[in-house]
Design a protein around this ligand. Structure first.
Ligand SMILES: [Zn+2]
Length: 305
């Protein structure tokens, strides 16, 4: 097989990246190694988390018994988030919205009217516009229009990010929230792209390791148009950041979210040498750029250095 294309991240002081996520832990499952790598290269990275994750399920049986997590999940998750941010070397801000929860059942239960997903776009975008005008990032990242995962908070995170990307630059919008700032590049995350899972799956099969993705990949190959895959990003990968050396930071940051992440789960099933050989990147789609750049890219700040 072809050697993967590895372009090291250049020294990045003066570069600023803002990643918008729905819940505490999303930053550790989507783009964590990329953020740790840029931070180590001297960039300033802020993770903005829209909600407190108050309605997350306790997914790790080992801590499921902890009375504290059941009594004050939001409080426990604030601590987990601070720990993950430290591991990744990023700064962190809460945008202060209430978790919408993932509605399940038939019929679907109604959402709480106070939840993030049901807030009017104008007021929901305001805290992000304020943060963009204060921090002045050149690069803004969030999810695509399907949320990357069909959760109402993920879709709302997408909406406010796209809205803030436009509004922060416009002096007529939110004039009370600081001097306008024009973010240069907008990206969507592609952490869950099927090509990545498929390549890792065959990489493990080839290496004689049991693949946790076998069932998923078989299903996808049999029915690529199945509804289940409808939320997979329709956007092309334009940008692959080689950040393999920071996959270990990503794993540690994920584990810091101990109420949410099962340490025996599929996140940790791929051995590091399989990643190194088959998929040493984290992947993005460039959606808008106000600076010239040529695709494909291997640096989110291409055109800005
Ligand atoms: Zn989430």
């Amino acid at each position: 097989m072809e050697e993967p294309r590895i372009v090291p991240i250049p020294p990045s002081s003066g570069m600023r990246l803002l990643a918008v996520h729905a819940h505490p832990d999303d930053e550790s499952s989507k783009g964590a190694a990329m953020m740790a790598a840029y931070s180590a290269a001297g960039a300033q990275v802020i993770v903005a988390t829209c909600t407190g994750g108050e309605l997350g399920d306790i997914l790790n049986a080992a801590v499921g018994e902890l009375a504290h997590a059941h009594r004050d999940l939001a409080g426990v998750r604030r601590g987990e988030m601070a720990e993950a941010a430290d591991i990744l070397g990023v700064e962190h801000r809460w945008l202060g919205f209430v978790d919408s929860g993932l509605p399940e059942g038939d019929p679907l239960p109604a959402l709480d009217p106070l939840c993030f997903a049901l807030q009017p776009l104008e007021s929901a975008t305001a805290p992000l516009v304020k943060l963009i005008r204060e921090f002045r990032p050149q690069v803004l990242i969030s999810y695509d229009e399907n949320g990357g995962y069909p959760h109402p908070d993920h879709i709302m995170s997408h909406k406010i990010t796209v809205e803030a990307y436009k509004a922060a630059a416009d002096p007529a919008r939110y004039p009370e929230l600081g001097e306008p700032w024009s973010v240069s590049k907008l990206y969507y995350d592609r952490a869950f792209n099927p090509e990545r899972f498929r390549t890792l799956h065959y990489g493990m099969v080839e290496s004689g390791i049991e693949s946790p993705y076998a069932e998923r990949v078989a299903e996808w190959e049999a029915k690529p148009d199945a509804e289940f895959f409808g939320w997979v990003s329709p956007h092309e990968t334009t940008t692959q950041v080689a950040c393999f050396e920071y996959f270990e930071h990503r794993d540690r940051a994920l584990l810091a979210h101990r109420t949410q992440i099962d340490p025996t789960g599929f996140f940790f099933a791929v051995p590091s040498d399989v990643y190194a050989r088959y998929w040493p990147w984290e992947d993005y789609s460039l959606i808008d750029s106000k600076v010239p750049t040529s695709l494909p890219e291997d640096d989110l700040f291409a055109g800005l250095r």
